[in-house]
Ligand binder design. Structure first.
Ligand code: NAP
Length: 490
């Protein structure tokens, strides 16, 4: 199969090699990357294994002793160079992203802005890694808390936000003085490699940033988790793989940040501004075809406004234009692969069998391939799979509720706790519900907090993981606290 070209201004961004210890490495063993819209082959990428991962870890360890001692202001300057280069090349990287991931180009550009915000934010934060001086109970002693980088880190990232998940991890890590081995998702390695290429151009010293691509994630994961030189793993992906990484990391006691799956409730109370709530739900639900960890998964609408709300929402859903992400008119791209299609179909089939009504959509799109119709189901109940499992696709299931108490119980009746949303104009209710919902993030009268840039502490509770990325807290996961105790100062 011929490799289909991506029209880029900066052709050097399209690299089919991995950076290990400052060298671009290829391999006789490769795997293919396809465009999920067209099925076209877009690249053949090195299929690396334990040996190369171990070499990358060695390089990152060697680099750590130098990089961690580079003054924060210098680290900040290199991060700013990276920021400048990524901004200059953002449109090209967005094209690569759309071609390998499928989301509409405008969404890919939005993701690039989000990704860029982390580099900018943490270039600044590098200079603000303050410690503390504590009063000591003993007269001639003084106590200090010093913050130091954790060490060599591994970043394992998913395909749904292939740019932002790299910068959300690496930018705070670099700012803190850590070095990295990155393992991107097999469907979307090209975006990650382009970002690494620009990091190299920005002046990160050899070994500070390494990337390993592979079709054997278990092999790479086993090396990363068992290698004592890796001090921290930051993982974004499924809860299932998060558990594996945690289990495998136990013998070497690594620090972990796990940004895992969700099952976000979206609640509309009868006192809400309905048009505003419809817009919020459209943004949250169909961005990336519902393939987002914060995507509203179960929609609870109070009984008095249920029918009106569903009707208003269906009108908007019918305006979505499904198509190739590179086509200007497309507002929803394909799903990532056939497995994703099968999961959405399974959830719809299960719901309809148990009494749900298809308001719109419900089947694979006439475009074929990985395209699926944006779907709305009404009369959904808690017994249906779509009300308790992450669908990760363009399915909006509507459940009716009566009281605030009842809907809070529904919202919390899941093992997940990443994102949640609710719409209400009652200030007392807003406080009550925001505090009662068990999730790391609550959107109040908004369906799109995750795009707000690096300012937000992003992360979950319960089986959605732990650790926070972004905001002033985002750097903490890459720092250790060292206590200094000074005696005999008199
Ligand atoms: P996934 O299967 O867990 O894969 C994520 C990454 O882990 C990929 O790079 C994958 O490699 C790698 N991986 C798979 N098995 C591994 C193993 N045994 N050891 C080491 N690495 C391994 O998740 P996904 O299907 O790509 O992504 C969807 C999930 O991510 C959803 O549940 C979604 O909610 C979650 N997500 C969470 C957040 C958040 O911030 N909380 C953000 C985005 C997505 P391969 O690509 O080679 O399989």
């Amino acid at each position: 199969m011929k490799i289909s070209k991506i029209a880029l201004k900066n052709k050097s961004l399209l690299v089919n090699k991995c950076l290990i210890n400052g060298k671009w490495v290829g391999s006789k063993k490769t795997f293919k990357v396809h465009n999920p819209s067209t099925g076209d082959l877009i690249a053949e990428i090195p299929d690396l294994g334990k040996k190369e991962t171990s070499a990358a870890i060695d390089a990152a360890e060697k680099a750590f002793y130098l990089w961690s001692k580079v003054p924060a202001i210098e680290r900040s300057k290199i991060l700013k160079n990276w920021h400048k280069l990524v901004v200059e090349n953002a449109d090209d990287i967005a094209k690569i992203l759309t071609t390998e991931q499928g989301k509409p180009l405008s969404d890919a550009k939005g993701e690039m802005n989000y990704a860029i915000s982390f580099i900018e934010w943490f270039a600044e934060e590098a200079k603000r890694i303050y410690g503390d001086i504590m009063p000591d109970p003993i007269k001639n002693k003084r106590l200090m808390a010093l913050k130091q980088p954790v060490g060599v880190c591994a970043a394992i990232t998913p395909w749904n936000f292939p740019a932002a998940m790299i910068t959300r991890k690496c930018a705070p890590g670099f700012a803190a003085g850590c070095t990295f081995v990155i393992k991107p998702a097999e469907q979307t390695p090209l975006t990650a490699i382009a970002l690494v290429k620009l990091a190299e151009d920005a002046g990160f010293p050899k070994g500070v940033i390494n990337i390993v691509t592979s079709l054997e994630p278990e092999e790479i994961g086993a090396e990363i988790t068992s290698n004592i030189k890796i001090r921290k793993i930051s993982f974004t992906g499924s809860t299932e793989v998060g558990r594996i990484l945690m289990k495998q990391s136990a013998p070497t006691l690594k620090k972990l940040s796990l940004e895992l799956g969700g099952c976000a409730p979206f609640i509309v109370f009868e006192d809400a501004n309905l048009d505003h709530a419809v817009q919020g739900l459209m943004l949250g639900k169909f961005r990336n075809g519902g393939q987002a960890c914060v995507s509203p998964n179960r929609i609870y609408v109070q009984e008095k406004i249920y029918n009106t709300f569903v009707k208003k929402f269906v009108i908007e859903v019918k305006k979505l234009v499904v198509g190739d992400g590179m086509a200007a008119k497309s507002t929803m791209g394909p799903l990532i692969d056939e497995r994703a299609i099968l999961k959405v179909q399974d959830h719809i089939k299960d719901a309809v069998k148990k009494g749900a009504t298809v308001e719109t959509g419900g089947k694979p799109h006439k475009l074929g391939g990985n395209f699926f119709e944006p779907t709305v189901l009404s009369n959904v109940t808690k017994k249906m799979k779509c009300a308790s499992e992450e669908t990760f696709g363009p399915l909006a299931p509507f459940i009716k509720f009566k009281t605030e108490q009842e809907v809070i119980a529904y919202a919390n009746s899941t093992d997940f706790g990443l994102a949640s949303y609710f719409f209400s104009k009652d200030i007392a209710r807003i406080w009550r519900v925001a505090e009662a919902i068990e999730s790391g993030m609550v959107g109040v009268n908004t369906g799109l907090y995750a795009n707000s840039g690096a300012h937000l502490p992003f992360g979950g509770v319960k089986q959605s993981g732990f650790g926070r990325e972004g905001s002033r807290y985002g750097i903490d996961d890459y720092l250790e606290i060292k206590a200094l105790s000074f005696g005999n100062i008199e």
